[in-house]
Design a protein around this ligand. Structure first.
Ligand code: SF4
Length: 446
C-alpha cells in the first residue's frame, strides 16, 4: 500500500472520529470524513429459505437483481481513497452474482480488506480456487447445527453435508496452495434448535479445519412476541423476557430500595415504575383496538402504550387514521408511526382497528432487546450500505431499503453522504434514535 493511501485513510479516520465526538457533545451533526467501512450487496437473491431472512423468504418489497460491474467499480473508485474495509454481502447469497470474484479482485487491487459471508452451498472446486485466487481476506460460512435436523431447522432447503464438504475442500485447497486467505470463520446463529450442540459445532469446526468458530445471537424480525427459534438459554439471546427482567428487578430491589430499572430499550419513561404495571390483556385481541371510540386511549390501559414504547405496532398490519383526531397520537409520543410504513387512512374514526390483524398473544411473556439504545450511532458516521442497484441505505438493519438516503444512479457518493436527507437521519439518531423503526432491533451501543 502506498504512503499516499495510508496517509489519506488515516487522516480520514481522524476526521470521522473527531466529527462524531463533536456531534455527540454538541448534539449537532458534524461530519468531516468519508466512510471507513461499507457493505455492498452483490445481489439480493438466495437459494435457501431461512425463516428470519426477508431475502430467502421472498419478503423484500424492493426489486431483485445482481449488482453490475460498472456500479461496483464506481463505488470502489469513489470510496477507495478513504475506505479500509468492505463487507461484500447484505441480503442474499453473494456467490450467486457471476461477478462476485471480479468484485473481490477489484477491491483488493485498491488495498481494501474484503470480507464476505456465504451459506456454503457453492463451494465447489472451481469456486474455491477463484475464492483463494481473488485475494478475499475473510469468508464467514453459516453453519447452524451439528446434524442435518438441527441445521435445517433454520436453513430451510439447505444440506449440511454439502456445506461441510465445501468447507473441508476449502481448507485442503488453502493448504495445497499455501494460502493463508481467506480466513475461514464458521459462524453459528444461536437458536433453540442448536443451543444444545455448541460443543459439537466447535468440534466440527476443528475437524473441518476452519480458522475460527463463532456464535452469534440471532436477530428476529418480530421479536416482541417471542419466536419458536429463540434459545431457551437467555444468555444466548439478544432479547429478554419482560417477566424475567421483572424478577431480576424485584430481587435487586430487596437489596437497594431505590434502584432503577436500567439497561433496557423501552423504559426511558418508566424509570422507577414497577414492572408489574405492564398489564397486558390476555385476550388474543387487544381490546383497546376493538373500540372505535378514540376516548378509549384515555383509559387506564394507556399505561401499556407508554411502557412498551409501541413495539407492538411494528409487528401488526395496523393502519392508523389520518383524521383530526390523530392529535392524540402525537401527544402520546407516537414517533414510531411517523417513521414507519404504516398506511394512514382518512377515516375519521377508529373503526379500522376493529378490522386490523393486530394480535396480542395470551402468553404472559414479552421480549425486548437486551442492550441499551443510546442516542448515538457511530455507524452513521463511519459507514453505509449499498444495495445491488446503487441505493444508499443507513446500515444493514434496513434490509428492505426503507430509508433510501441517495441513489448513485443520480448523484455522486460525496453528494449523498453530505446531503440534507442523510444529515437529517443522523440528527434523528442523535435526538431520538428509538423513533427510527429500524433502530428498534439494533444492537449498536455507541
Ligand atoms: S439501526 Fe439505527 S442505530 Fe442501528 S446501526 Fe442502523 S442507524 Fe445505527
Amino acid at each position: 500500500m502506498t504512503f499516499q493511501i495510508v496517509h489519506s485513510r488515516v487522516i480520514n479516520f481522524l476526521r470521522v472520529i473527531t466529527g462524531y465526538f463533536f456531534s455527540l457533545i454538541t448534539k449537532r451533526v458534524i461530519h468531516w470524513g468519508f466512510p471507513l467501512a461499507v457493505s455492498i450487496e452483490p445481489n439480493n437473491t438466495c437459494n435457501l429459505r431461512c425463516p428470519e431472512c426477508p431475502s430467502g423468504m421472498k419478503e423484500l418489497t424492493r426489486s431483485r437483481g445482481n449488482m453490475s460491474r460498472d456500479m461496483f467499480n464506481s463505488i470502489i473508485d469513489q470510496l477507495s481513497p478513504f475506505l479500509s474495509y468492505l463487507t461484500l454481502y447484505f441480503q442474499g447469497e453473494p456467490y450467486l452474482n457471476p461477478n462476485f470474484f471480479e468484485f473481490i479482485r477489484y477491491a483488493r487491487s485498491k488495498n481494501i480488506y474484503v470480507s464476505s459471508s456465504t451459506n456454503g452451498h457453492f463451494l465447489d472446486k472451481e469456486n474455491i480456487h477463484q475464492t483463494i485466487e481473488s485475494g478475499l481476506n475473510r469468508l464467514i460460512i453459516s453453519l447452524d447445527g451439528a446434524d442435518q435436523e438441527s441445521y435445517s431447522a433454520y436453513r430451510f432447503g439447505g444440506s449440511l453435508d454439502k456445506v461441510t464438504d465445501g468447507i473441508r475442500l476449502l481448507a485442503n485447497e488453502k493448504r495445497r496452495f499455501k494460502s493463508k486467505t481467506p480466513k475461514v470463520i464458521l459462524q453459528c446463529l444461536l437458536l433453540r434448535s442448536n443451543e444444545h450442540q455448541l460443543e459439537d459445532i466447535k468440534e466440527l469446526g476443528r475437524k473441518l479445519g476452519v480458522d475460527k468458530v463463532t456464535f452469534k445471537t440471532a436477530q428476529f424480525n418480530d421479536f416482541w412476541n417471542g419466536n419458536p427459534l429463540m434459545p431457551e438459554n437467555p444468555g444466548y439471546s439478544r432479547y429478554y423476557r419482560i417477566d424475567e427482567k421483572s424478577k431480576v428487578k424485584s430481587q435487586k430491589s430487596k437489596k437497594t430500595q431505590n434502584s432503577k430499572f436500567k439497561n433496557q430499550n423501552y423504559n426511558s419513561k418508566l424509570k422507577s415504575e414497577d414492572p408489574s404495571t405492564f398489564q397486558i390483556p390476555k385476550s388474543p385481541n387487544f381490546p383497546i383496538f376493538k373500540s372505535s371510540n378514540l376516548q378509549i386511549f384515555k383509559s387506564s390501559n394507556f399505561q401499556i402504550f407508554k411502557s412498551l414504547n409501541f413495539q407492538i405496532f411494528k409487528s401488526s398490519n395496523l393502519q392508523i387514521p389520518k383524521s383530526s383526531n390523530f392529535q392524540i397520537f402525537k401527544s402520546l409520543n407516537f414517533q414510531i408511526f411517523k417513521s414507519s410504513n404504516l398506511q394512514i387512512p382518512k377515516s375519521s374514526n377508529f373503526q379500522i382497528f376493529k378490522s386490523s390483524n393486530l394480535q396480542i398473544p395470551d402468553s404472559p411473556s414479552y421480549y425486548i432487546l437486551k442492550n441499551r439504545q443510546p442516542n448515538s450511532c457511530f455507524r452513521m458516521w463511519s459507514g453505509c450500505v449499498f444495495t445491488w442497484d446503487g441505493k444508499v441505505v443507513p446500515c444493514c438493519f434496513d434490509k428492505d431499503a426503507l430509508h433510501v438516503l441517495g441513489d448513485l444512479n443520480q448523484n455522486s457518493f460525496a453528494e449523498i453522504w453530505k446531503s440534507e436527507p442523510y444529515n437529517a437521519f443522523r440528527a434523528t439518531i442523535l435526538k431520538n434514535r428509538k423513533s427510527m423503526d429500524i433502530c428498534n432491533n439494533c444492537t449498536q451501543t455507541f
